[in-house]
Every structure is written in structure tokens, then in C-alpha cells.
Design a protein around this ligand. Structure first.
Ligand SMILES: [Zn+2]
Ligand SMILES: [Zn+2]
Ligand SMILES: [Zn+2]
Length: 249
């Protein structure tokens, strides 16, 4: 499995306009973040407003994408769907919840994708990967999925937006090889997101083997300091994702 981070920001890209915080003023390239999205082999998870910039920056041919999975229908995860669908000639599967599809039909009208409805726990096989949606809580919208992706005996969990993980969902995440989870803030508890300090505790609780924080907002720290922080509190297995980062599993 090859995982590429196309974007790693929270709701708004970084740097934010007219903000003079240490992240928005940072000269480190890793502090420049577009909306969160990853590519797992040739499958895209989430398709936010920056998708066209992302495929151009990383020289991804749109026709090479085999399918798209959507975690939830907040705009930072779906606003690029229409533009993306206009680029492709043949329909590819778009997997999203029933509620998300209702939203697409109402607001995007025509989308050039094959409609597939994601249901929790159902396994979907694409090539040599198996995708399983795990329901989690991220208040204000329903349902919200984390995706568990299996390849041979290895597992990856991707959950950019999360607040509470129900017990039966926790069980499905135990000892994952890689956990990619949202870190919108460092310590502050936001109404919709859990902070990084809680993410560290969660990753320890499920005994994740390697952890990457994504969906990073400017209530955190610049890249280098943030990496230092998570490693100090959690150990060497903790990492901070950045745009363009490629990892293998
Ligand atoms: Zn989000
Ligand atoms: Zn800022
Ligand atoms: Zn969200």
C-alpha cells in the first residue's frame, strides 16, 4: 500500500489570510497545507476544494484514479467533487453515505460518478485492497466514517474528522499498523473535533503501531515543534503528516 497525503489542513488551508500566528508566518514548506485528502494506491479518500491544485501539484492523472471514498459531506471533504467529475471521461465509483448522496444530488446536481452507497462495516474490495467504513462521531453531521483499509495482513485507518469513537468502533481499530487521525487543535477541545492530546491517548489505547496526525489547523504548532511535542508525549511512533508526504505499508 502506498499512501500519499495530498492535503493535510483542517477546514481552511494554511497559511490563513491575514493571520500572523507562528504557523501562518512559518517559512517551513510543511506548514503550508491544503484541505485533507489522501491517495491510497489509486484510490482517493475525500475530494475537497483544493483537489484540482492537488492533482496538478502532484502530477496525478485524473483518469488514473480508480474510485473515490468520502468520509463525510462537510465541504472541506467534498467541495471538489463536481470539478473533478468534469475532468474524467469515464465514470468511476464514488462511495459515500446515503445522506451524502442526497446532499450531492441537491447541491451538485449532476455528478459524473457511478453511485455507490457506503454502509458501515460492509467490506468493499477494490484491486488488492479492502475498504471498510467504521462509524464515528463528529458532531453536526451524520454519518461520519473512518476507513479501515486492509491489504494482506496490514491495516490502515484514516479518520481526519473525529470527536468520539463508539466502543464497538474502537474494537475494529485495535492494533492497526497505521493510524491517520485528525488534529485540528493541540489542546483546546473544539465542539466538532478532539485535540491532538486526546488523539495521542486514543492511539495509545488502541495500540496503533504508527501514527500520523492530519487535518491540522492553526491552533496547533509549526511542523517541527508539533513533531517534537507529539514525540515527547507519545513516543517515536508519532508523526505529523504534511502535504506531499508519501508512506508505505
Ligand atoms: Zn474536515
Ligand atoms: Zn494562523
Ligand atoms: Zn467535518
Amino acid at each position: 500500500m502506498i499512501i500519499k497525503f495530498l492535503g493535510t489542513s483542517a477546514t481552511l488551508p494554511l497559511p490563513r489570510k491575514n493571520c500572523f500566528c507562528p504557523i501562518c508566518c512559518s517559512k517551513d514548506k510543511r506548514d503550508k497545507r491544503m484541505r485533507s485528502s489522501i491517495l491510497v494506491n489509486k484510490i482517493l479518500i475525500d475530494c475537497g476544494p483544493d483537489i484540482l491544485k492537488q492533482i496538478e501539484k502532484y502530477r496525478i492523472k485524473p483518469e488514473k484514479i480508480k474510485a473515490i471514498f468520502i468520509t463525510h459531506h462537510h465541504l472541506d471533504h467534498i467541495a471538489g467533487l463536481k470539478k473533478f467529475s468534469q475532468l474524467i471521461k469515464k465514470q468511476i465509483p464514488l462511495y459515500a453515505s446515503k445522506n451524502a448522496w442526497e446532499y450531492f444530488q441537491k447541491h451538485f446536481k449532476k455528478l459524473n460518478f457511478a453511485k455507490y452507497i457506503t454502509k458501515s462495516n460492509k467490506k468493499i474490495k477494490i484491486g488488492n485492497l479492502i475498504f471498510q467504513a467504521i462509524e464515528i462521531i463528529h458532531p453536526g453531521i451524520k454519518p461520519v466514517f473512518a476507513f479501515k483499509i486492509l491489504s494482506k495482513n496490514k491495516t490502515l485507518i484514516y479518520m481526519p474528522d473525529w470527536k468520539i469513537i463508539p466502543k464497538k468502533s474502537v474494537k475494529k481499530m485495535i492494533k492497526t499498523d497505521i493510524l491517520i487521525l485528525g488534529g485540528s487543535s493541540l489542546k483546546r477541545n473544539l465542539p466538532w473535533h478532539s485535540p491532538i492530546v486526546e488523539g495521542i491517548e486514543f492511539a495509545k489505547k488502541i495500540k496503533a503501531k504508527k501514527i500520523y496526525f492530519t487535518h491540522i489547523g492553526h491552533l496547533t504548532l509549526p511542523y517541527k515543534k508539533l513533531l517534537e511535542f507529539v514525540r515527547k508525549s507519545g513516543g517515536k511512533k508519532f508523526n505529523i503528516a504534511f502535504d506531499g508526504l508519501k508512506i508505505k505499508l
